[in-house]
Write a protein that binds this ligand. Structure first.
Ligand SMILES: [Cu+2]
Length: 488
């Protein structure tokens, strides 16, 4: 029972969801019984693998609301080819030119389960180099997995292989290019897609199972002369926030009905602050990490690159999903309607919100092995981490595998930044001087102007080099990124 011990160690150590762990233990018990009746190892492992997908399939709402195309794993594998190329697509209107994956804006949604293998062959038919990052995934940072330091030249291709760990927390992740100095224009052009991990123990729990789902990909966009512009030329007056490539789409919800909306802010540089006037949004998951319980909020801030899953209950009247004005010195966003929400159909009664959701390990109780302070500064056009711009040859921080660390991220500038680190999720423990009361995991953490946020993380499973950076991608390309290394 080596894997059981390993599962326990991981649970003590880290990023494992207890819910996922409970499922794993049940599966191991099944595997043990199977061995007793002399089933082959392969049969037992096939059963283990199958059981990590939700027992009840996730249902989509089908009412004409346009969502990205979906590709789903089968028998534990999802194999796709993504071709990055200039194309024409429907981007708020038909026939708009941009650099896209497979000519799609946004790119296809990929759906996998914990334990699956995700194989992506990236073909570069652009005139500039590119590469790929699976944002938020707890996977190896080494080639052919999530190595963002490689560069695929024009005309080249690369085969990525990501082993989705059995303890990957089910939720919404995403993929996008991560080639330093080109990340902002390539993501702005629309090269971004959702990556959804469906998992038993979360998607099939009471209050979530059977709740119909929608995928909502928000992208900032501006068009001139029939093509998506370069983000350096963006105008705060002309920029529009699109949902699944459309302006102000309509969707329907019956009075009393609960729908689950998975929202990805795939904007290159803009935060969104969402609200439905007169209604609450019940946040159930942040950046793929379940909340301990649904958190009802009037407004939901999603930094660029962040994801929120919300449960929405239909009201009696038609309304809107809006993004509110957001002040930033260069990227000032005006209030806009993202989606028209229509009250349709008969009243539905008896649907209940779930009481509890996920239990992630609470790192506030652990003993901290090391403390660090990370300073973010703007010195346009340069953006700095601890006084330096990114250099892929210079390791700035070295962490030990398994260590629990506390990082205080200090924003020494007058604009918002965000903090995103690859490979491991982070627990937000303090915002300024205020302690966070609940177990709050994120992977893109908004850092207010002149403010600070304190995080805890445990570096589990993977050694190697990877990065942390501001997810306002103009800042990242301007140097606000830093190379870290996990060693034994
Ligand atoms: Cu920034």
């Amino acid at each position: 029972m080596g894997s059981l011990k390993q599962a326990r160690q991981r649970a003590d150590g880290s990023s494992v969801s207890r819910l996922t762990l409970v499922a794993t233990l049940a599966v191991l018990a099944v595997a043990g019984a199977a061995a007793a009746v002399l089933l082959t190892r392969d049969a037992a492992s096939a059963r283990e693998r199958a059981s990590l997908c939700p027992r009840t399939p996730i249902e989509k709402v089908r009412d004409g609301f346009r969502e990205p195309r979906e590709l789903r794993s089968r028998d534990g594998v999802l194999s796709v080819t993504l071709r990055a190329r200039p194309a024409r697509a429907f981007i708020s209107r038909p026939g708009i030119r941009s650099d896209l994956y497979d000519g799609q804006y946004p790119a296809p949604t990929l759906r996998v389960c914990p334990g699956d293998t995700l194989r992506i062959k990236l073909v570069n038919d652009l005139s500039k180099p590119t590469n790929l990052h699976v944002h938020g995934m707890h996977v190896s940072p080494r080639n052919p997995s999530d190595d963002v330091l490689i560069s695929i030249p024009p005309g080249g291709s690369h085969q990525y292989v990501y082993k989705v760990p059995r303890d990957q927390t089910p939720g919404m992740y995403w993929y996008h290019p991560h080639r330093h100095k080109l990340t902002d224009p390539q993501v702005f052009s629309g090269m971004a897609g959702a990556l959804i991990v469906e998992g038993s123990g979360y998607d099939d729990r009471p209050g979530i199972a059977g709740v119909p789902e929608r995928t909502i990909v928000v992208q900032e966009n501006q068009i001139a002369d029939g093509r998506v512009i370069d983000p350096s030329k963006v105008s705060n007056r002309k920029v529009r926030m699109l949902v699944n490539g459309r302006l102000r789409q309509r969707l329907g919800i019956a009075p009393g009905q609960i729908q689950r909306w998975r929202i990805l802010n795939a904007s290159a540089d803009r935060f969104v602050r969402l609200r439905i006037p007169g209604q609450m949004l019940d946040v159930i998951s942040e950046d793929g990490n379940p909340r301990p319980a649904p958190s009802p909020r009037r407004t939901v801030l999603i930094p660029a690159g962040g994801r929120r899953e919300v449960l929405v209950r239909g009201g009696r009247r038609s309304t809107q999903l809006q993004t509110l004005a957001f002040r930033q010195p260069f990227d000032n966003t005006r209030r806009q309607t993202l989606i028209s929400v229509r009250a349709t159909g008969r009243r539905i009664t008896g649907q209940r919100m779930p009481r509890t959701l996920g239990r992630l390990p609470d790192l506030r109780r652990g003993r901290v092995d090391r403390r660090r302070v990370i300073r973010l500064e703007s010195d346009f056009p340069r953006f700095l981490v601890n006084g330096k711009t990114f250099d892929p040859r210079r390791v700035d921080q070295t962490m030990k595998l398994g260590a629990l660390e506390q990082w205080t991220i200090r924003n020494d500038s007058g604009e918002w930044h965000s903090f995103h680190i690859h490979v491991n999720p982070v627990q937000v423990v303090r915002i300024g001087r205020r302690a966070v009361r609940s177990v709050d995991y994120e992977d893109v953490v908004a850092i207010p102007p002149r403010g600070s946020v304190t995080l805890r993380m445990r570096f589990t499973d993977f050694t190697g080099k990877f990065v942390f950076h501001c997810h306002i991608l103009g800042h990242e390309d301007g140097g606000m990124m830093s190379l870290v290394q996990v060693v034994r």
